[in-house]
Design a protein around this ligand. Structure first.
Ligand code: F0G
Length: 457
């Protein structure tokens, strides 16, 4: 069949060989890893779709920026470059650099949340919710219902349901809501975007009650590209213009530079309010480092600043979305149930639909990820009940979505790699009736998915 796809808007200057493994080797590796793909050695992985976080390929321009690191303890010029990038590209006034996104989440949660506060958000993200809860906050999911339905084709499945938000404000009172946490895009919903119209409406409602809006900017460029492609009136706007409008509806943002910042490590907290910025700087020195480097070396701030400018290039981001869509299209053609529409950073397999005979507390998505690794050495990630963890009474959270994420690193793999992935998923799907679930051998108390161990039932 003739396929049409958008070719790479870059050429390859350096390569990293990858190891090929046999099925026997993979069987051993999987056992050693306790059926948890997080615990596999990277060396034993052929195509690594565990995450798009910190797995980006940097450009020659970014690598050359690394040589210009000003590693002064205070006042590094690379910090000025990062600050300029955040101001020019995102439109926020103040920048607190952190070692990665969760460093910013830690500081934001500490300066804003009091015990007993409510934090509404468009679906949870693991580390974001963990920091909110560690500070005594109660996370409330106010995403639209469509987001919980893997087959619903809503173009902006990340949107906040304004009625749910209003109902929470009426119920607990605005003084109990320090901020609304608005993620662009929504990772666990399948990389689904939020419409500008929705951001505007959320911000207006929040302002009416004196509630702040804090965005999770981690994949903001992907979100902007979806807006350009899907939202009426934005087709002729640049990615930069759209990103600026998005953040004009926020009081601040946490950013994991490891995604749309096109680097391997780094992040920041961005704010407009001077008083909040002062509070954040007094914490960053405790947890990260001086306010002018936080958790990053000067060279890393330089690479991030340069990556942020590169991420505004339409061809870069359109190609990224096209690659993810290509994988999704191949799987849909083969009848594999995936989350639709295909999101920005990953294709999500619907493990519940693939293994309907495995009950959720026997971890169907965890097992699906294990089977895919066994088949071909493709590493993916569980995003279901294991990731959702337990509530304060010790019961499993039972998320509606029980998914396996095939996450595409930026500028790393080719369409041929994606064909290997698609063929492997199809092979695993064909064998679906012969597979049973898993049980815990070891379960850590927080963020259990990272280090839990399992054995087959
Ligand atoms: N917010 C979102 C939406 C994320 O996806 C992540 C990380 C973070 C915050 C935290 O950032 O890792 O730099 O501390 N997501 C990674 C992933 C881990 O694989 O989806 P971090």
């Amino acid at each position: 069949m003739k396929r049409e796809y958008m070719a790479e808007p870059y050429k390859i200057k350096m390569v990293e060989p990858i190891k090929m493994t046999t099925r026997e080797q993979r069987e051993q590796a999987l056992k050693k890893a306790g059926y948890n793909t997080f615990l596999l050695d990277s060396e034993d992985v052929y195509i690594d779709l565990l995450t798009d976080s910190g797995t980006n390929a940097m450009s020659d321009n970014q690598w050359s920026g690394l040589m210009l690191g000003d590693e002064a303890y205070a006042g590094s010029k690379n910090f000025k470059h990062l600050e300029r990038a955040v101001r020019e590209l995102y439109g926020f006034k103040y920048v607190v650099p952190t070692h990665q996104g969760r460093g910013a989440e830690n500081i934001l949660s500490q300066i804003m949340i009091k015990p007993g506060d409510y934090v509404p958000g468009n679906m949870y993200f693991t580390t974001t919710r963990a920091h909110q809860e560690l500070n005594g906050g109660i996370f409330v999911d106010v995403i639209i219902d469509e987001a919980h339905d893997p087959s619903n084709e809503h173009p902006f499945k990340g949107n906040i349901d304004l009625n749910k938000l209003q109902a929470l404000i009426d119920e607990v009172g605005p003084e109990k809501i320090p901020y609304i946490c608005l993620a662009v895009t929504v990772n666990l919903a399948g990389g689904q975007p939020v419409a500008l119209e929705n951001m505007r409406a959320v911000y207006e409602l929040a302002q009416k009650y004196g509630i702040k809006v804090m965005m999770d900017a981690t994949r903001c460029v992907e979100n902007a590209c979806f807006i350009k492609h899907r939202e009426p009136g934005y087709a002729d706007k640049s990615i930069h213009e759209i990103v600026l409008e998005m953040f004009s509806y926020a009081d601040g943002a946490t950013m994991s530079g490891k995604k749309d910042g096109l680097v391997n490590i780094g992040g920041f907290l961005a704010l407009n309010d001077e008083e909040l910025y002062q509070k954040a700087t007094s914490l960053v020195v405790v947890y990260e480092g001086m306010p002018s480097y936080g958790g990053m070396a000067g060279r890393d701030m330089e690479a991030l600043a340069r990556g942020m400018y590169e991420s505004m290039d339409y061809y870069f981001i359109a190609h990224r979305l096209a690659q993810v869509q290509y994988l999704g299209d191949r799987l849909m053609e083969a009848g594999i149930p995936i989350v639709r529409p295909v999101g920005g950073h990953a294709v999500f397999l619907d493990a519940r639909a693939i293994y309907p005979h495995i009950p959720q507390d026997e971890f169907p998505a965890q097992m699906l990820a294990a089977q895919l690794y066994l088949e071909s050495g493709v590493r993916s990630m569980e995003r279901g009940i294991v990731s959702a963890g337990r509530d304060k009474d010790g019961n499993h959270h039972y998320p509606k979505l029980e998914l396996v994420r095939l996450t595409i690193p930026r500028r790393v793999y080719t369409y041929a790699h994606l064909d290997v992935v698609a063929d492997s998923v199809i092979a695993v799907y064909k064998n679906r009736d012969n597979v049973r679930g898993l049980r815990f051998v070891y379960e850590p108390p927080v963020l259990r998915f990272f280090t839990a161990r399992f054995e087959p039932l």
